[in-house]
Design a protein around this ligand. Structure first.
Ligand code: FMN
Length: 194
């Protein structure tokens, strides 16, 4: 059947909504998906560890990395997880798995690209095969609110303006669609390599 693991951190829930939307795309393509949300409690003395998460990641054919963009890069909680994977790197256990990434920020740019670049470097260090979303930005078709509205080609970007009155996280409909499409796209590649 093939499987995708989505490992991500989300502080206020927006990146979590992206992860869920990607997962629904993966399921839509008859592929198993594991949602693995990094929690601060998994970090002790600055070191992240979760045995079950590492087992799930090892089983997956594709691993997607997700984090909000914080201060122009991945959140510290995600980086703590990434640093733990140096043991996996040494064993080359993720070599040839598929990889992809997604991030969420408050600003239209917000330097989100830097987070995606970091994810692609993390995948490269592990010898993984990076999968781009492969979706042309909707502005090329004369609309501004649909798939890939932020014109991101390395991974999927989501954006919601900061609003301190807002009680619940909110995903832009275009970003939701981009995520669902990305889920289907990565599932297609999983089926191709199986
Ligand atoms: C510490 C911190 C740093 C942030 N830095 C950025 C940034 O560099 N670029 C950006 O676009 N948004 C930035 N934001 C906004 C968050 O990325 C945005 O609120 C995002 O939706 C959070 O995702 P989450 O709901 O999954 O936690 C920052 C937020 C925090 C708390």
């Amino acid at each position: 059947m093939g499987s995708v693991a989505i490992i991500y951190f989300s502080g206020t829930g927006n990146t979590h909504l992206m992860a869920e939307a990607i997962a629904s795309g993966v399921r839509h393509a008859d592929t198993r998906v594991d949602l693995l949300r990094i929690e601060g409690i998994q970090i002790k003395d600055g070191r992240w560890f979760d045995e079950k998460f590492m087992e799930s990641l090892q089983m997956a054919d594709a691993i997607l990395f997700g984090s909000p963009t914080y201060m122009g890069g991945a959140a510290a909680q995600f980086k703590a997880f990434a640093d733990f994977t140096s043991e996996t790197w040494f064993a080359e256990s993720w070599k040839d798995k598929l990889a992809g990434g997604f991030t969420h920020g408050a600003a239209l740019s917000g330097d989100k690209l830097n987070t995606l670049i970091y994810f692609s470097i993390l995948a490269a260090q592990h010898g993984m095969v990076w999968v781009n979303p492969g979706e042309i930005d909707c502005t090329a078709r004369g609309t501004i609110d649909e798939t890939n509205r932020l014109g991101s080609y390395l991974g999927v970007m989501g954006q919601t303006y900061l609003d301190f009155e807002r009680k619940e996280p909110e995903l832009h409909p275009g970003d939701r669609l981009s995520c669902e499409h990305f889920g289907q796209h990565i599932a297609k590649w999983v089926h191709r390599i199986k």
